[in-house]
Design a protein around this ligand. Structure first.
Ligand code: AN7
Length: 403
């Protein structure tokens, strides 16, 4: 693949694709991977649906990637949720079906492959949970040492369990995610550890493949693409994917990107509402959707660009709206998602109520993580099951005649 560069979105400077930098050394701006987009048709793609089907859009050299067969997740049609939200069609792109149960795997297959390509021996991330679960698994697969820095007491049990079992060195810090991310950025530079938070542009190259899959599965570009926003890497990556498919000639349209934040952690929505050009961080972000409990998202300039240039939407949803959507997704459609994922669906109902979407709208919601990630939230929301003696009469009484 030719002409692969890291390009600064702030000042336009370019750097070699093998430089280990996470922001522009000249101006501090965010970096993006730029390469010559192939002119190609869908027929020329080969392999099963999944990240590596899009090899010609993934500008790394390695012939053998570090992979767990990520991507290729289902796109479910959800007519009952569409009716509830009052839109014409609602689809869920179910990222919980990835190997470690979240969309992060799409990024880690690229990011860890790049780490190996660069000769790194150790990788690290800060995380609200899913990034650490995913990186731990891919680092294990690649034989790399893995450090994960977590906000103490604020990571869902399933995610912590994954990082521990995959053998990562887990360090909890008494602080929030934003503080953990600052620490790990300092640590990676000081100690020569490859950083795999979404400020690393290689990760976003993997995550953009979600857009490609949606186009293939739906047979067209959807009108709206609704995504929960935390550190804002995913919405940026997906937008890049849609733009690249258009540039390659595969699709002719672009979707309107809809970024949804939890009300207690919504600096990007506030900035867009205010029409401001600078983000004011939320110092103490709070939401039951711990995955997106982030007050100072590093990728905000990319997310703001995605929403503004797609003529997109942005809004917040409360924890109550998140829980209510999570239960409906599970009970009406049989799809188990974690709270942050439900924000994407809760946001659709709100947009329809506010007239930003119409009864004619078609929307794909990215449900980013699996229900099992956060069992403690489920118990606190649903309560514990009734416990009874092992007795047929007693259980029959409870169940009642179903004939
Ligand atoms: C389920 O794991 O930031 O806007 O450290 O786990 O790309 O950050 C997780 C984020 C949405 C937000 N849904 O994505 C982490 C982390 C789920 C998530 C997001 C996350 P970004």
């Amino acid at each position: 693949m030719s002409d692969v560069k890291l390009r600064c979105l702030g000042c336009g400077s370019t750097y070699g694709s093998d430089e280990v930098i996470y922001s522009c050394p000249k101006c501090g701006g965010l970096l993006e991977v730029s390469y010559e987009i192939p002119e190609i048709s869908l027929k020329e793609l080969s392999g099963a649906l999944g990240v590596w089907r899009y090899r010609s859009f993934l500008p790394i050299r390695s012939k053998v990637p570090v992979t767990l067969d990520e991507g290729g997740t289902p796109l479910y049609s959800c007519p009952k949720l569409a009716k509830w939200a009052r839109v014409k069609a609602l689809y869920i792109k179910y990222e919980g079906a990835n190997p470690t149960g979240s969309f992060k795997d799409r990024g880690m297959t690229l990011g860890v492959t790049k780490a190996v390509e660069l000769g790194s021996k150790a990788v690290a991330c800060a995380s609200t949970g899913n990034t650490s679960a995913s990186l731990s698994a891919y680092a294990a697969r690649a034989g790399l040492v893995c450090y994960v820095i977590l906000p103490a007491g604020k990571v869902a049990m399933g995610k912590l369990a994954q990082a521990l079992m995959h053998g990562a060195k887990v360090i909890s810090v008494k602080g929030n995610f934003d503080e953990a991310l600052n620490l790990v950025m300092g640590l990676s530079i000081k100690m020569g550890i490859y950083l795999l938070n979404s400020i690393n542009p290689w990760r976003l190259e993997g995550q953009k493949t979600l857009a490609f899959e949606v186009v293939e599965q739906l047979g067209r570009v959807p009108e709206f693409l609704s995504v929960p926003m935390g550190n804002c890497g995913n919405i940026s990556a997906i937008w890049k994917g849609f733009k690249e498919f258009k540039e390659s000639g595969i699709s002719e349209e672009l979707p309107r990107m809809y970024g949804v934040q939890a009300a207690g952690a919504s600096p990007v929505v506030k900035m867009l509402r205010d029409g401001s050009e600078k983000l004011t961080p939320v110092v103490q972000p709070e939401t039951l959707a711990t995955a997106i409990r982030i007050g100072n998202p590093v990728n905000w300039p990319k997310a703001v660009d995605a929403i503004r240039s797609s003529n997109g939407l942005f809004d917040t949803v409360t924890d109550e709206e998140i829980i209510s959507a999570q239960r409906l997704i599970a009970c009406l459609e049989g799809i188990g998602v974690e709270p942050a994922s439900a924000a994407a669906v809760a946001g659709v109902k709100k947009a329809a109520e506010n007239g930003k979407m119409s009864a004619d709208s078609e929307v794909v919601c990215v449900c980013t993580g699996h229900l099992l990630k956060d069992p403690e939230e489920v118990i606190s929301v649903c309560g514990r099951p009734v416990e009874i003696p092992a007795d047929l009469n007693r259980i029959s009484e409870i169940v009642g005649d179903q004939k």
